[in-house]
Design a protein around this ligand. Structure first.
Ligand code: URA
Length: 240
């Protein structure tokens, strides 16, 4: 059973607050009866009408995509760049959970479930995210230690990160490493690297918790299994 205003809002007709006004104004019917009480609960199968128009209850959907480089995570773009949402032809109004930069590829979850999205990105919860990072310099042991302890960025200290060096190319002055962070602040990886005076030259998110996209080409996606959705929520909440 769910609150009527929540179901109306989730159907995309309007916001939850406007849905409350519609109910109070007597413009909502449940199974043919006008309902004006805000606490009213409705169940699956109840027929809901707003201004005599039936509303469709949207199924909750969860996708994981290997986000391609040169795509953006906002829903629209003033420069007409490709959006990640446009890559998944579905009727539900999905949105990305958190953001990856235009030039970042890798694991991205998309859903129409706002509550799930909040659990995954809420700063109170901590889901490990591992990035495959390439930088234009040689990362020094003391810099690795600093990342593992926490770095002071302009929005505060980062939580301890894990660093795994994959390759140091002394000839071309490049380091390739895996960086696991427990937060999802804006441009966090780039800012951590810039803290030491380097630039990220390639960034790919390899995983969010147990979720990987090794079997997906860039731009490809699949539905998450119900158990994966449950496990992601659990993992996020365990990392409180
Ligand atoms: N950190 C960044 O700097 N960019 C991303 O896209 C993701 C994490």
């Amino acid at each position: 059973m769910e609150r009527l205003q929540k179901v109306i809002a989730a159907s995309g007709v309007t916001s939850r607050r406007k849905a409350e006004s519609l109910i109070l104004e007597g413009r909502v019917r449940v199974n043919g009866e006008i309902v004006t009480e805000l606490g009213t609960k409705v169940k699956k199968g109840d027929q809901i009408e707003v201004d005599n128009v039936h509303i469709q209850r949207e199924n909750k959907v969860y996708y994981v995509m290997n986000k391609p480089k040169r795509s953006i995570c906002t829903l629209t773009d003033e420069f007409d760049r490709k959006t990640v949402v446009s890559l998944i032809p579905c009727v539900e109004r999905i949105f990305p959970v958190g953001r990856l930069d235009y030039d970042t590829s890798g694991v991205l979850i998309l859903t129409n479930d706002g509550e799930f999205a909040n659990t995954i990105i809420h700063p109170r919860y901590h889901l490990p995210k591992t990035y495959d990072v390439l930088i234009d310099g040689i990362l020094k042991p003391e810099q690795i230690k600093e990342m593992e302890k926490g770095i002071l960025l302009e929005d505060g200290m980062t939580l301890p990160a894990k660093v795994r060096i994959r390759k140091k190319d002394f000839e071309h002055k490049k380091t390739k490493f895996d960086l696991t962070i427990m937060e999802g602040r804006n441009h966090q990886v780039k800012r951590m690297v810039e803290h030491f005076g380097y630039q990220v030259t390639s960034l790919h998110r390899k995983s969010i918790g147990f979720l990987k996209v090794e079997d997906l080409s860039q731009g490809d996606y699949r539905l998450l299994k119900p158990q994966e959705v449950k496990d992601l929520k659990k993992l996020a909440m365990e990392g409180k």
